[in-house]
Design a protein around this ligand. Structure first.
Ligand code: GDD
Length: 410
């Protein structure tokens, strides 16, 4: 088995700003690990999976150190394949098809790099194998009617679980079973993709195509035509799953992954309300109170009496005595002064539902007003003592000198 992880490129991830200004979204730390390391760990957990190909249009130098670290950490082949230009969710996969087919793997997983889940890969593979006709088996989950239209929606045949109808982000209601961006595929899918490729080339050169040659949408050009052919199946998962689109949704992904990895965390020097991840190199005062759902990165300093909940504190940030951070992301090397408050607002999805359209709202409302529910401090921001920051976004390297509420500080 192999796995392919799609990570897009610097042109994407705009809703993840300002966090993506310093760290590419696929490498943003969630529960102490870069976002796509959770995907890698899930693949590495499956001993049959021997190789991971990460496809995107970030430069090789952006991804280089991460790939080297992963190769050291996991005993499998892990490689980065760079698209010369964004080729869409199917184009890069098709372009690098020979790399995927090499060694004739029994099947390959295809994972969107911006989802978080417990990735039930073995279950998905078994489900796929039990259906010899299947070229693609995708993981689906149940959403509400209002949520579903923002995703790929499918209708399945009740007994066989074959997908009879698939519409990517439909304009009106199709179904509440949505595509999670987690698939297992047989190698024969490339012959279907060859047809899609040819179609797109013809469109492009006849002047009807809107995007570059080689561009293929996996969803529209592959999944939609496969629906109804008895070659596309979907396994419904009831476990948690969500996308990571905005900085706010990173807070919820953090919560999920913290829970999943709970038993791996070492003891902490201060009062902890689980789940909390603290990097071993962080210096945390024993009188701080941290949790629930907090990740603290390498080299962070947390002073006396500090309170942190529902937040991510990135590497080398400093939180001075008695500061409070909740529903917030504190950027690398940012400093929060004594008695300051950095606060967002909880906009919790229903905790009883495995699926939640997390905080994926756009940064701005249609009337142009800022719409954050969390507060974000960009890298290197300095917040002086006794300052209050509510539902605001501060771009990197700003030195603040007053309180802010519902503002974006450029
Ligand atoms: N290599 C590469 N090249 N990757 C890409 C490209 C590209 O040109 N474009 C997008 N991706 C990656 C993104 O980084 C992301 O990880 C994944 O492919 C999905 O791409 P999006 O274009 O952001 O799609 P989406 O998230 O709105 O919708 C997709 O995911 C949903 C689940 O999260 C669709 O597959 C939906 O059907 C699905 O419900």
């Amino acid at each position: 088995l192999k796995a392919v992880i799609l990570i897009g490129g610097p042109q994407k991830g705009t809703r993840f700003r300002p966090l993506s200004l310093d760290t590419p979204k696929p490498l943003f730390p969630i529960a102490g690990l870069p976002l796509i390391q959770h995907h890698i760990a899930a693949c590495a957990n499956l001993e049959e999976c021997k190789e991971i190909l990460i496809i995107g249009s970030y430069s090789a130098s952006t991804m280089g150190q991460f790939i080297t670290d992963m190769q050291k950490e996991y005993t499998m082949i892990i490689r980065y394949l760079q698209e010369f230009t964004p080729l869409g969710t199917g184009g890069g996969l098709y372009h690098f098809r020979d790399q995927v087919r090499a060694g004739n793997p029994a099947a390959f997983f295809l994972l969107n790099g911006d989802v978080c889940a417990d990735f039930p890969l073995r279950e998905l593979w078994k489900f796929h194998e039990e259906r010899p006709n299947a070229l693609v088996t995708m993981m689906g989950t149940e959403a509400t009617r209002q949520q579903a239209i923002f995703y790929g929606c499918m209708v399945r045949e009740a007994s066989t679980k074959a997908v009879t109808h698939y519409v990517e982000k439909p304009n009106s209601y199709v179904s509440t079973l949505i595509n999670c961006g987690v698939y297992v595929c047989s190698l024969q899918v490339f012959s279907i993709m060859a047809d899609a490729f040819q179609r797109k080339q013809d469109e492009f050169y006849s002047g009807n195509g809107q995007v570059s040659p080689g561009y293929i949408s996996w969803e529209q050009d592959v999944l939609s035509p496969l629906a109804g052919s008895n070659k596309l199946f979907a396994m419904q998962s009831t476990n948690w799953w969500s996308q990571v689109k905005t900085a706010g949704s990173a807070i919820y992904a953090n919560r999920h992954y913290l829970e999943l990895h709970r038993n791996k965390y070492s003891k902490s020097p201060c009062t902890i309300i689980p789940d909390v991840y603290i990097h071993p190199t962080a210096a945390v005062d024993s009188t701080a109170v941290i949790g629930p759902n907090v990740s603290i990165g390498a080299g962070v300093t947390v002073g006396g009496g500090v309170r942190i909940k529902e937040s991510i504190v990135l590497n080398n940030a400093t939180l001075h005595d008695h500061s409070l951070v909740m529903y917030a992301v504190v950027g690398q090397e940012a400093t929060v002064g004594e008695w300051s408050r950095i606060e967002g607002t909880p906009s919790d999805p229903d905790p009883n539902k495995p699926f939640a359209k997390m905080d994926n709202q756009p940064l701005f409302n249609s009337d142009g007003r800022l719409n954050p529910s969390i507060t974000i401090l960009g890298a290197g921001v300095v917040v002086p003592g006794e300052t209050i920051l509510l539902n605001s976004i501060v771009l990197p390297h700003k030195h603040l000198n007053r309180n802010y509420k519902h503002e974006i500080i450029l």
